[in-house]
Design a protein around this ligand. Sequence first.
Ligand SMILES: C[S@@+](CC[C@H](N)C(=O)[O-])C[C@H]1O[C@@H](n2cnc3c(N)ncnc32)[C@H](O)[C@@H]1O
Length: 258
Amino acid sequence: MSINRIIQFLKEIRRRYIAGTSYRTNPYIQDGWAQEQAELKKRPRRTEIINYLLDSLNRETEYLEIGVRNPGDNFNHIRATRKYSVDPGLEYDNPEIDFKLTSDEFFAKLRSEALSGAPSKFDVVFIDGLHLADQAFRDIVNSLDFLKDDGFVVMHDCNPPSEFYARETYGFHLSPAGHVWNGTTWKAYCKARLELQVKAHCIDSDWGVGILQISAEKKSFPNLNPFYEFHVLAQHRRELLNLVSFEEFKQQLLSLHR
Ligand SMILES: C[S@@+](CC[C@H](N)C(=O)[O-])C[C@H]1O[C@@H](n2cnc3c(N)ncnc32)[C@H](O)[C@@H]1O
């Protein structure tokens, strides 16, 4: 190896060392790691919340999950009488998926009655497919169309800790959020809360578990975030998401049944 090649090689090692150190010591990156650790410690997780809602109905139940990935993470642990899974298999090849379709394809077929083996209404629909606002909002509207009157639409990833978790591009992992992606689901949840005839709570756990219930009357809220900007969400999470603890949510649900 020539002396020039050796010098170039050592320079490259130094450059990579500096890049790695400045990445690790960057305050945004360190904040991102701390935020992830804090979120992962919160309880309950989505599975427990969904099972609580199913149990609260106190009858045979039909459960639909949109976006399943590895069923061992959630789907297999759900306690419903009958369960249905929808996933085009983009991230995980699961041969046991009931409907290997996108959610749009699934609901179109359900609407045209071209789908055998699915019920006409569900007790709980869990939306956890494509995490972009326009898709998530369509999933909400479609799910409400096929929800029993006293059922629940549950949404994952409604409370991203920072703008990096709420990025639009899943594939960019060199941010403080690393590979974790809440996407822009929060915008769809907020839009539904503002525009649709639903009651909405977001449990402050497991990246924000949104719960929508069909409501007899439309409550109107001031639109505090007309441009759906992340910094406004960050300042007004409680009001914009109706962010509550699981205990607070359970108390509200119980008070309805009293
Ligand atoms: C975050 S994972 C689901 C995680 C799972 N629900 C859980 O609780 O562990 C997202 C899944 O959505 C699926 N997906 C992506 N686009 C979709 C679409 N348009 N319709 C339905 N599912 C979609 C992906 O294939 C992926 O498996």
